[in-house]
Design a protein around this ligand. Sequence first.
Ligand code: C2E
Ligand code: SIN
Ligand code: SIN
Ligand code: FE
Length: 391
Amino acid sequence: MLKKIKVNQLRKGMYINDLKCGWLNHPFALNRFKLEKQSDIGKIIAAGAKIIEIDTNKGLDVFVEKRIDENKKLRQVVDQRTDNKPKKVTALEEMSQARIAFAQAGEFIADMMANVKMGQHIELEQVNPVINKLSLSILRNPNALLGLSRIRTMDVYTFEHSVSFSILMMAFAKSMGLSEKIICEVGIGGLLHDIGKTLTPDKILNKPGKLTDDEFVIMKEHVVHSRKILEKTNGLSQISMDIAAQHHEKYDGNGYPLGLKGDQISRYGQMSAIVDVYDALTADRCYHKGKEPSEVLKLLVKWSGAHFNPSLVREFIQSVGIYPAGSLVMLSNQHLAKVIDINENMLKPVVEVFINAKTRSYIPRKLIDLAQFDAIKILKVESYQKWNIEV
Ligand code: C2E
Ligand code: SIN
Ligand code: SIN
Ligand code: FE
C-alpha cells in the first residue's frame, strides 16, 4: 500500500516510493529506495522534507499505527476483564509475559533514542503500548520485571537504565497505592528521563574514568536536553515531565539543574532521584562496579535527608523489599538461592535454590517459599561476582 507519512515517522526498513512529493532537491540518486541507514533519515530531515510517500508492501509500515493497533488490542483485553483489575499472579507465572514486555521496552528505547538523535520528535502513541505492557505486568506481580531489571546484557547502559528505571518507578508507584493512570505516567517519565543523553557527546557519556569538572558541566546538561525534547511531545503529563526534569535535584537543594529544595521538588521528582541512584549503583557502569541491592538500600538510608526525602526512601524499600527480586542469598542450610518473589514478611521471600555452598556444586533448582519453612532463614546477601555466576 502507498502511504503519505510525516518525515518524523520515517524509520529504517521503510521503502520510500516517492521522495519528490513536496520535495524536489534531495541528495539521493534515486527517488525510490529502501531506507537501510539511520543516517539517511537524517539527510532527508536535513533537506527539509515534510511529507514522504512509502510503500508498505515493500518495506516496513508506520511505527505509530502498528503500535496503536497493538495498544487498542491491549486496551480491549484490559476492558474485557470483568473486575477491570489485573489478576495477581506469582512472579514465576508472570515471568514469560514479563520477559516479552522487558525485551520490547529495550528495543523500543534503543530505537527511540536513535530517532531522537536524528531530530525526530517523540509521539506518545509510540510509548503508550510499551508502557501498557510493562504496567500490566507490574500490576499482576512487580517482582518478575524487577528481577529481570537486574540483568544487564546490552552494551549501552542508557537503554538498560531507562527500562529498569521505568520498571522501578512503576513498582514504587504501585506500592504507594497510586492509580493505574499515575503508574503509567511515571513509567513514561521513567523510560524517557535520560533521553537528553542522546545529545551528550559519547566520549563523555562512556568515559571509563572519573569526569573532569568541565566534562561534568556538559554531562549535567542532559537534564535540560531531556526537558526540551519532551516539551515538544504533545500530551505528555506533568508527572512524566517532572521525572525527567527533576531526577537530579537533591532534597537539600544541592542538586541540578535548578537546585530545588524539599517540597519545591515534586513528589515524583523526589521519587525519581531515589530510583536513579539505586539503579546507577546496582548496575555495572563504565566508571564503577555494581553493588548488591541490599548494600545500596543502606546507602540510600544513609543519604536520606541530604539527597533524598527520608519517608520516600522508606517507601521505596517497601516496594523492592529488603532482599529485592534477583538478589543472591545464603540460606541457613548452606544453600545459595536467588530471590524470586517477595512475601508480606520481606525477610521471608520465595527463593530458588541452585547451589550447595559447602560442596560448591550446582544442585537441582527448587523453589522454596521461606514463609512456609520456619527452619530455613536467610543468613546474608551474596555477590554474584564473588561466586562467578552470571545473573
Ligand atoms: P548515572 O551513572 O546514571 O548516575 C546517576 C546518579 O547516581 C549520579 O548522578 C549520582 O547521584 C549517583 N551515583 C552514581 N554512581 C555513584 C557513585 O559511585 N557514588 C555516589 N555517591 N553516587 C553515585 P550524578 O552524579 O549527577 O551523575 C549523572 C550522570 O553523570 C551519571 O549517571 C553518569 O552518566 C555521569 N557521571 C557521573 N560521574 C561520572 C564519572 O565519574 N565518570 C563517568 N564516566 N560518568 C559519570
Ligand atoms: C549522593 O548523595 O548521591 C552522594 C553522597 C555521597 O557521595 O556521599
Ligand atoms: C550483580 O548484578 O550484582 C552481578 C553483576 C555481575 O557481576 O554479573
Ligand atoms: Fe540522569
